[in-house]
Design a protein. Structure first.
Ligand SMILES: C[S@@+](CC[C@H](N)C(=O)[O-])C[C@H]1O[C@@H](n2cnc3c(N)ncnc32)[C@H](O)[C@@H]1O
Length: 266
């Protein structure tokens, strides 16, 4: 090899090392989610922020609440709740979304109130929540429904867009304004379980229950306008309307004529 060849060879080697070195020195591209990104059971599409705000309003969240967002994505619902003083947990299957949402929570200064766990919503116990939020699919809501219905009466469940089949919502809202897609939400209040026979003074109250809707009889006479809202019961029997609260095997309240009433499960 002539000196000229050796010099060219060395220059080429230096160039190759520089190119490789500079490529290695490039910082890894930060993860950026995209709408429609595949997820385990449902893709990621972010809830519009205006709707997140309205969902939390509809659930009447307070700092005493523990909220769980099932499939928490970039953490926006958890973070928004935490900013309102709520203790909030997000459950998310995609580890990149978990890392992103933890970073978002840190940037929002709410790491003390907002926690994101990496997990599968179908394998994570969320039954201690006072408020459950979700933006999944109706088919997934139906899989979660038995668990939700077994939660403490009064638990608020809010879903972006997707329903719960025959369990009709207690309230519906839409984000309005400039929201253009996935702009409506529904609220369900987990009803107390009251089906069966109750002794109400000298009368027998028999109740049949389908989610929050009730039918039944007081002695032989059918009751009407009978409904649960969480632990609250209301029904009309004869010319009186009864409103009360259910606590386990006892319910008590006030009738429309001002008299107090109570019933115990038989
Ligand atoms: C439509 S996005 C909603 C994100 C967020 N809750 C919001 O409202 O902006 C659904 C999220 O659920 C996550 N996901 C899908 N299947 C899941 C599962 N089995 N367990 C936990 N997360 C899941 C997806 O990765 C995605 O981030």
């Amino acid at each position: 090899m002539t000196p000229k060849c050796i010099s060219r060879f060395l220059s080429a080697c230096c160039f190759a090392i520089m190119v490789t070195g500079s490529a290695m020195a490039q910082p890894a591209k930060p993860f950026e989610p995209y709408s429609g990104q595949p997820g385990k059971d449902v893709v990621w599409v972010p809830s519009p922020q205006a709707l997140v705000d309205r969902m939390l309003d509809m659930a009447k969240v307070t700092p005493r609440d523990y909220l769980v967002d099932l499939g928490s994505g970039d953490g926006r619902t958890v973070i928004t709740a935490a900013k309102r003083g709520v203790t909030a947990l997000g459950v998310e299957f995609n580890p990149d979304m978990v890392a992103l949402s933890r970073k978002n929570a840190a940037e929002a200064g709410v790491t003390g109130k907002a926690t994101i766990v990496h997990g599968d919503i179908f394998k994570t116990d969320f039954t201690k929540a006072d408020v459950v939020t979700m933006f999944l699919l109706s088919s997934l809501n139906l899989r979660l429904r038995p668990t939700l219905l077994d939660m403490r009466p009064g638990t608020r469940v809010v879903s972006n867009t997707f329903d719960m089949g025959e369990w009709l919502p207690d309230e519906m809202i839409s984000a309005g304004g400039e929201c253009s897609s996935f702009c409506s939400a529904m609220l369900w209040i987990v009803p107390a379980k009251v089906a069966g026979t109750w002794q109400m003074g000298k009368a027998e109250l028999t109740l049949e229950q389908s989610f929050q809707m009730l039918e039944g009889r007081m002695n032989a006479a059918p009751i009407s306008k009978a409904k649960m809202l969480g632990p609250q019961i209301a029904f009309t029997a004869g010319d009186k309307t009864y409103a009360g609260r259910v606590t386990g095997d006892r319910m008590a309240g006030t009738a429309s004529d001002g008299s107090k009433w109570q019933a115990t499960r038989r």
